[in-house]
Ligand binder design. Structure first.
Ligand code: UFG
Length: 338
């Protein structure tokens, strides 16, 4: 299948590009580099070992997106094009709603014009808000989001639901990601956060390499096994493979379906620190500080539906996640910047 990866130069998009190209799909990437680097595209080309079309454009720019569809005629779109920083979304809500909703609406309009009927959307476990119970099934209540970023994911799910209801030709797969970590085993691509990392694993990696002095653990008084927050960390290559399964699913089914992409295992912040130290033989100094506003105690997936209907499950271990994160960080101490 010819697949457009919208926002495909980012962390999850670049890994997905490799996994689906490996399976024989033809890929086209479009990205405006608003939160990614051209070097990521060079490295994806190196890993795949062949060229593919790349378009530098804003997915919300309808004329440019039309020109891409005219030239490439993609049969499916994987939609990663959105802003994703929780804290920034609280400070810049309008920019988040404008960008994340506009990219989606423009994609839907242009896909329809060009008879492209398969859409995979990067959603997030954030749509579950503070879950009533864990593990979280896809049928859990959604829409109790705690920040504008989360609301954009929720709103886009609602928009896509309406679009799939109205257009019986359309196939939509919503993928609710849990906590992606790790990197491609080559160490050529990985997560390249700008400024101070918000997320745990890049912060741990930067402490280990000496870029930051100490990890702040946000609270040790949660009702969890050691008091620190519990999450479902998933290797980004497993997550990427979930998109490959979703493409097959979309091609074989009409309508809209939602899947959790997680391992179903919850690890605490201190589990992650310990595992990282042991896997890589490094020290990660940490201190306990106050809870971070908006954080929840526990969040991990019930991934049964993904296993049964997508034929997908996460295979990589916590050691793989820690080793590959460190391999990327230590080979690229400044990310994609030389
Ligand atoms: N944490 C720390 N110190 C840090 C960073 C994180 O202790 O410096 C803790 C958090 O308190 C939490 C855990 O590590 O317990 C994971 O935090 P992350 O920021 O890595 O991830 P979140 O679970 O908060 O957020 C992630 C994604 C969001 C998504 C959300 C819900 O980053 O995009 O999961 O699924 F919305």
């Amino acid at each position: 299948m010819k697949v457009l990866l919208a926002g495909g130069a980012g962390y999850i998009g670049s890994h997905t590009a490799i996994e689906i190209a490996k399976l024989g799909h033809d890929i086209v990437i479009a990205d405006d580099f608003s939160n990614s680097k051209p070097e990521a595209i060079n490295r994806v080309r190196t890993i795949i070992g062949k060229d593919f079309p790349f378009y530098e454009l804003d997915i919300a720019d309808k004329e440019k997106l039309r020109a891409l569809f005219e030239a490439e005629k993609p049969e499916a779109v994987i939609h990663f094009a959105g802003y994703k920083a929780v804290g920034e979304s609280v400070a810049k809500p309008i920019a988040y709603y404008r960008n994340n909703l506009d990219t989606t609406l423009t994609l839907l309009e242009v896909m329809k014009e060009y008879d492209c009927h398969n859409l995979i959307f990067s959603s997030s476990a954030t749509v579950y808000g503070a879950p009533d119970e864990v593990p979280i099934k896809e049928t859990a209540v959604v829409g109790r989001c705690t920040n504008p970023y989360g609301w954009t994911k929720y709103m886009i799910e609602v928009i896509l639901d309406g679009a799939a209801f109205a257009d019986k030709e359309l196939s939509v797969v919503l993928l609710r990601y849990f906590n992606p970590v790790g990197a491609h085993e080559s160490g050529l691509i990985g997560e390249d956060p700008q400024g101070i990392p918000n997320n745990l694993m890049p912060f741990i990696s930067q402490v280990a390499i000496g870029k930051r002095e100490c990890l702040s653990v946000f609270g040790n008084d949660y009702d969890t096994k050691d008091g620190t927050g519990v999450r479902d960390y998933i290797h980004v290559v497993d997550l990427a493979n979930g998109h490959a399964c979703a493409l097959n699913y979309a091609a074989a089914h009409k309508g809209i379906e939602v899947f959790n992409l997680g391992t179903s295992i919850g690890y605490s912040v201190l589990d992650m620190v310990k595992a990282f130290e042991e896997a890589n033989g490094v020290k990660v100094p940490y201190k306990i500080v106050d809870r971070r506003p908006g954080d929840i105690a526990e969040c991990y997936a019930d991934a049964t539906k993904s296993r049964e209907l997508l034929g997908w499950k996460a295979n990589k271990t916590l050691v793989d996640m820690c080793r590959d994160s460190w391999n990327w960080q230590s080979k690229n101490p400044n990310g994609y910047d030389a």
